[in-house]
Structures are given as structure tokens and as C-alpha cells.
Write a protein that binds this ligand. Structure first.
Ligand code: PBG
Length: 329
């Protein structure tokens, strides 16, 4: 790289007009890099999500229609999140293994009508547990790592058999990626991708999501600090990623997004593997609230945030803004 000096080098020359800014731009953002998270519910649980303006809990028909519309807009993949009625939640999260759960029916319905769209299914128990934790509890009330892994591997296999393209363990149990990879291989699902929530932090920014899926009430004052990462840690994120890759993850995720761009960069630089970023519910809510008040230009602020994820090293971004962004792009 040549290092110039003023006035031979004037960096404003390559910023002077659109044609040249467009040519020297280092980072590109395209709809195909965006994954749209979608909530699915039934009956009275359908409807708008209060803390996430513009986001709705779809019924099954609307979900399928939305997938077709997103695909037409250039979005290539969706991540599904089911809302479970309170009476179906148990301490053991049994609904996670029900072959006729809303999640399983959603995967099958989308694959029937829009088979080209990639489907990501979260593997974790929190939509189904009466205590709102991502796994089953031991005698002390902590999430039991190994007992939870046994259930997660069966949950992942169930979704693979329903035809899901990508399973995404979002639970942060140690060793779960290895368990899931092993059972998928054994059952002949050698092409099912694992997108591991590898560096997932115990974050306040998940608040609106927990309201959307109705797990906030179940969780109560309980936290997830015994399995999700401490926001103060970065070296530990690299260890998490290394383990998940060794166990068979195809894509690793960093979550939340904007406050964790340094983690994305370090993961990309260290491992050179496909990296996903999750711009989570609280980030969406902040941008929407500021835009609604006229404090931010929504389109500019959102596209800037998404571009910065790409610049930091994310190959793909899970974002509730995906539909709007695809339209703007
Ligand atoms: C559950 C899960 C969470 C999110 C995705 N999967 C919440 C949590 O861990 O409590 C958060 C998504 C968001 O905030 O947008 N395992």
C-alpha cells in the first residue's frame, strides 16, 4: 500500500461525487445477505408486537404469504420463532419434541409453497418451558447442561426431518453443536447446516423479543447468566467459536449486533469462516422509537447500521429490518 502525503494525496478526491464514491466503496449490502426473523402464532396470540412497531405475530397462512413476498423482494432466508400458548409450556419443554408443533407445521407449510427460501429454525427450549429458561433445570434450579443437550439433539433432528435447511442452536449449552451434528449425520441429514449462536451474550437487548414470544413472564426475575456470555468478555467469545467449529458448526453467530462489532471482527479475522450477526429486537426497537419521534432518519440509520455489520466482517445479518431494507436497496 502506498502512503501519500498532502497535497499529492487528497482523500477528498475520491469522495467528491457519487460516481467515484460508488466505485471506491469497500462494502456492499444486498438483500440476499439479510435473514428475516418471523414470529408465528395461533388464534388470539397473533397480532402486532407492542415494543416492535411494524413486527407482527403471523398466523400460519400469513407466514407462508410473507415468505413468498420476502423471496420476491430478494430475501433468501427466514428465521422462525413460534409463540407457544401458556397451557402448552411445561418444565421440561415437551412441546419442543412434538412433531405437530406450530414450528413443525410452519416449516412444512413454507417448504410446500416457497421451497426455494432457506429456513432457519432455532434450537432451544425457551419457547416451550414454563420457567422460560433455554433448557431443563437441575435440583438447584440451574439449567442442566447435559440433560438439555439430549433434548436439543432430538429437537434438531425433528426439524431436520420436517425439511428445515438450517438448525440454529441458540441455547449456549456446552457441547450441543457436537451432539446435533452427530445425530444429523447418523440420520442421513448430511447437508443440514448448523448456524450456531456461538457468542451469545446475556443481554438486556433481548427484552422486546421475550415480550413478542411471551417468554418474559415465564422467565420473571430469572436471568440467563449461567449459560449466556458476560458482555464484558471477548477472548471467551473466540473460545466459544473455536469449540462450535470443531464440533461441526457451518456458520457462527455473534449476538447482539451493534454493541458487539468488535467481536464480529475478531471472529472473522481469527477463523475466516461464515459469520452471522444478529441485530436483535432491542436494537430494532431503539431505531424504530427514535425514527417515530423524528429523531433519526429511519432509512439512513438502518442502512448505515446494516452496512457497518458487513464492514465489521458479518457475511449475513439477521434483522427485523430485512423486509424494509430489501425494499430500500
Ligand atoms: C432464545 C432466543 C432469544 C433470541 C433469539 N433466540 C432470546 C433469549 O435468549 O432470551 C433473541 C432475539 C432478539 O432479541 O431479537 N433462545
Amino acid at each position: 500500500m502506498s502512503i501519500g502525503s498532502y497535497p499529492a494525496t487528497r482523500l477528498r478526491r475520491t469522495r467528491q461525487a457519487g460516481f467515484i464514491r460508488d466505485m471506491v466503496r469497500e462494502t456492499r449490502l444486498a438483500p440476499a445477505q439479510l435473514i428475516q426473523p418471523l414470529f408465528v402464532a395461533e388464534g388470539p396470540l397473533c397480532g402486532p408486537v407492542g415494543a416492535m412497531p411494524g413486527v407482527v405475530r403471523h398466523d400460519l397462512d400469513a407466514l407462508v404469504r410473507e415468505c413468498a413476498a420476502l423471496y420476491a423482494l430478494g430475501i433468501r432466508s427466514v428465521a422462525l420463532f413460534p409463540v407457544t400458548p401458556a397451557e402448552r409450556k411445561t418444565p421440561g419443554g415437551d412441546e419442543a419434541l412434538n412433531p405437530d408443533s406450530l414450528m413443525c407445521r410452519s416449516i412444512r407449510a413454507i417448504k410446500q409453497v416457497v421451497p426455494q427460501i432457506g429456513i432457519v429454525a432455532d434450537v432451544a427450549l425457551d419457547p416451550y418451558t414454563s420457567h422460560g429458561q433455554d433448557g431443563v433445570l437441575d435440583a438447584r434450579g440451574d439449567v442442566d447442561n447435559d440433560a438439555t443437550c439430549e433434548i436439543l439433539r432430538r429437537q434438531a433432528l425433528l426439524y431436520a426431518r420436517c425439511g428445515v435447511d438450517i438448525v440454529a442452536p441458540s441455547d449456549m449449552m456446552d457441547g450441543r453443536v457436537g451432539h446435533i451434528r452427530q445425530v444429523l449425520e447418523r440420520d442421513g441429514h448430511k447437508n443440514t447446516l448448523i448456524l450456531s449462536y456461538a457468542a451469545k451474550y446475556a443481554s438486556a437487548y433481548y427484552g422486546p423479543f421475550r415480550d413478542a414470544v411471551g417468554s418474559a413472564g415465564n422467565l420473571g426475575k430469572g436471568g440467563k447468566e449461567t449459560y449466556q456470555m458476560d458482555p464484558a468478555n471477548a477472548d471467551e467469545a473466540l473460545r466459544e467459536v473455536a469449540l462450535d467449529l470443531a464440533e461441526g458448526a457451518d456458520i457462527v453467530m455473534v449476538k447482539p449486533g451493534m454493541p458487539y462489532l468488535d467481536i464480529i471482527r475478531r471472529v472473522k479475522d481469527r477463523f475466516g469462516v461464515p459469520v452471522a450477526a444478529y441485530q436483535v429486537s432491542g436494537e430494532y426497537s431503539m431505531l424504530k422509537a427514535a425514527a417515530a419521534n423524528g429523531w433519526l432518519d429511519e432509512k439512513k440509520a438502518v442502512l448505515e447500521a446494516l452496512t457497518c455489520f458487513r464492514r465489521a466482517g458479518a457475511d449475513m445479518i439477521l434483522t427485523y429490518h430485512a423486509r424494509d431494507a430489501a425494499q430500500w436497496l
